[in-house]
Write a protein that binds this ligand. Structure first.
Ligand SMILES: Cc1cc2nc3c(=O)[nH]c(=O)nc-3n(C[C@H](O)[C@H](O)[C@H](O)COP(=O)(O)OP(=O)(O)OC[C@H]3O[C@@H](n4cnc5c(N)ncnc54)[C@H](O)[C@@H]3O)c2cc1C
Length: 387
């Protein structure tokens, strides 16, 4: 085999996996079609370190988020990645929503996440400018500079001896008796073919297409693009908020409601909303006609906000396997031996909380690979002190 382990996709998840695996294995390749890392969903999100509040008990999303946030805070401290454990308030603005937040508190407790109910006077002390009848306080939630995180992963992969190939798109995958043959399209439009023992598909928005290249066709794994648009709060009103403020979420978690996120540079955004796209096209436009709807949603809990205090900002696309109206889908992270594809690991539907969970996902994938050691003659562990 030319490579022992190949990872497709240098988003935050592919990078985290490559960092982890290159600590333990030789000959690890990370392939990315763009000229550098993080050009898709990983640089178009809210950059929130989620606590693990809403996800169904026992789901991968719940487990990997709760474990991932702990690992991520530690990692940020270890490598001095800019972050802020600022906390978040989930605000109830009507009596009906007060009942909902009680339910959220229970779900969160089931995931081992402790939330505190805050009364009006306590809320006023924390965030004097917002309106809420009651709120849930999540002290574990925070924000992170995801670019710095990805840059650190890249540096560590290279220091571990891993190889990163930018500007090359995987266009074909052939299953061999052992391992896989990968065809790459280089930037100069020439093709390059190589073989790998283990193949990890972390291709984000096109991870279903990459799985199809191997021969796996499964309607449950088909991704539909679901856009989330953001508006920014212009100065000086952006300075009136210091924490993350979320409304009570939709029932089936298609999104968690237009909320307020702050970033490490003092920017404050409203969003993202939830718009399923008719086709899987990379449409990152922000519709200025949505300004009124954004303002109306946020005005309920940000009474100081005028419609002209906000302006279109940016959009990201969720790689959803969940169709509109369906209950929440879990992450799909699977070693595909059961389908006859030994050594192929697919990660599909890696939407939120994928950033928060990147390090726990990397550990999870590492364990799937360790299970493969008995079948593949993988190289020795070169830095076995890392776990
Ligand atoms: C609007 C929005 C808000 C979000 N907010 C949060 C949040 O606050 N907190 C949180 O935890 N999560 C959040 N998320 C989720 C988080 O952003 C994602 O889970 C995470 O970025 C996914 O990372 P990834 O590496 O799987 O995908 P990506 O970042 O999409 O990376 C996949 C990579 O694969 C490459 N690729 C694809 N096909 C090929 C190919 N054939 N050959 C070579 N390369 C290929 C792509 O170019 C891309 O770079 C949000 C997502 C969205 C859309």
């Amino acid at each position: 085999m030319d490579a022992e382990i190949t990872i497709i996709g240098a988003g935050v998840i592919g990078l985290a996996i490559a960092e982890k695996i290159s600590q333990g294995y030789k000959n690890v390749f990370l392939i990315e079609k763009h000229k550098t890392f993080g050009q898709e969903t990983s640089s178009r999100n809210s950059e929130v370190i989620h606590a693990g509040i809403y996800y169904p008990k026992g789901s991968l999303k719940a487990k990997l988020c709760v474990e991932g946030k702990r690992l991520l805070y530690n990692y940020c401290k270890q490598y001095e990645i800019p972050h802020n454990n600022c906390g978040k308030l989930i605000v109830a603005t009507s009596p009906e929503e007060i009942n909902v937040i009680e339910g959220i508190k229970k779900t969160a407790a089931g995931n081992g996440v402790d939330l505190k109910i805050m009364e009006r006077d306590q809320i006023a002390e924390m965030e004097p400018e917002i309106f809420a009848l009651k709120a849930l306080w999540s002290p574990d939630t925070g924000i992170i500079d995801s670019h710095s995180l990805m840059k650190r992963f890249e540096t560590n992969i290279l220091n571990n001896g891993g190889q990163i190939v930018y500007g090359s798109e995987v266009t074909g995958i052939k299953k061999l008796k052992e391992g896989y043959e990968i065809t790459l399209m280089n930037p100069d439009r020439t093709e390059y073919v190589f073989t790998t023992g283990i193949l990890i598909n972390s291709a984000g928005l096109t991870s279903d297409k990459v799985a199809e290249m191997t021969g796996i066709k499964d309607d449950h794994l088909k991704i539909v693009f679901c856009k989330g648009e953001y508006f920014r709060i212009k100065p000086p009103k952006n300075r009136l908020i210091r924490r993350l403020i979320y409304p009570v979420p939709h029932q089936n978690m298609e999104g968690i409601g237009i909320h307020v996120t702050i970033d490490m540079n003092g920017g404050v955004k409203l969003g993202p909303d939830v718009t399923y796209l008719d086709s899987n096209d990379y449409d990152y436009s922000v519709d200025p006609l949505k300004q009124e709807a954004f303002w109306k949603s946020a005005h309920k809990f940000l009474p100081f906000l005028g419609i002209d205090d906000i302006a279109p900002e940016m959009a990201g696309i969720r790689p959803k396997t969940q169709r509109p109206g369906e209950p929440i889908h879990d992450f799909y992270i699977m070693e595909e031996s059961a389908r006859g594809y030994m050594g192929l690991i697919n990660l599909i539907g890696m939407e939120s909380p994928g950033l928060t969970s990147c390090l726990s996902i990397a550990n999870y994938v590492m364990n799937l690979i360790k299970d493969q050691n008995k079948y593949f003659n993988l190289g020795q562990h070169i830095h076995s002190q890392h776990n």
